[in-house]
Design a protein around this ligand. Structure first.
Ligand code: IMP
Ligand code: MG
Length: 199
């Protein structure tokens, strides 16, 4: 869907191409804008006549969520949750600690969980269980990015922006040690490896 399919490396637009820490373009600004608009239309149609509670997973989802919500033409409420995962810096263990819990009661609400990226899916499966226990009227998941491979088909993602290759990526909310969340596109980091994953 995105990126360097066919093995073609896409260069970053200037002035970002001069940054030696950044690698290749994975999802460009125009592609993000178009896909977010499509997701917004789809969500608007799927929940027509209803109300929606968007739950963003901090910090990574805040950029995507702020664009997505403006592409949804429905009464929308917002809440946020922050999680930290135990385990090594390169791999989530699936044991997740809630750093900031929701303010709203989910009971009876139609909840759409908004994520930046689903990698192993361990964080998502924890969050799904946690949120379902609060008895929402429904629970769906929208992730901007999904990393290809590893059991992603089992994750029951309702809405997906782009499927991407194993490289570590930054931008549009995603960080490398808290930096680069404000890049207007998604790109790899120079010399980044598949296993170099921090959240
Ligand atoms: P999972 O539990 O393995 O699915 O990990 C998901 C979380 O890991 C995401 O919400 C991100 O915070 C972080 N993460 C995974 N891959 C990347 C990446 O390529 N860049 C930035 N953060 C990432
Ligand atoms: Mg995250």
């Amino acid at each position: 869907m995105a990126s360097d399919s066919g093995g073609v490396t896409r260069r970053l637009p200037p002035p970002y191409d001069a940054n030696p820490e950044l690698g290749a373009l994975v999802v460009g600004e125009d592609e993000l804008r178009q896909r977010v608009a499509e997701l917004g239309r789809q969500i608007t149609a799927d929940y027509a006549g209803g109300q929606l509670l968007l739950v963003g997973v901090l910090k990574g989802a805040f950029v995507f969520m702020s664009d997505l919500c403006r592409a949804i033409d429905l009464p929308v409420e917002f809440d946020f949750m922050a999680v930290a995962s135990y385990g090594s810096s390169t791999r989530t263990s699936g044991v997740v600690r809630i750093v900031k819990d929701l303010d709203l009661d989910l009971a009876g609400r139609h909840v759409l969980l908004v994520e930046d990226i689903v990698d192993s899916g361990l964080t998502l499966s924890y969050l799904r269980r946690n949120l379902l226990a609060r008895q929402p009227a429904s629970l769906a998941v929208c992730s901007l990015l999904v990393r290809e491979g590893e059991g992603v088909d089992d994750l029951n993602l309702t809405y997906t922006g782009f499927r991407i290759s194993p490289d570590f990526v930054v931008g549009y909310g995603l960080d490398l040690d808290q930096r680069y969340r404000n890049l207007p596109f998604v790109c790899t980091v120079a010399g980044g490896s598949e296993t170099d994953r921090r959240s």
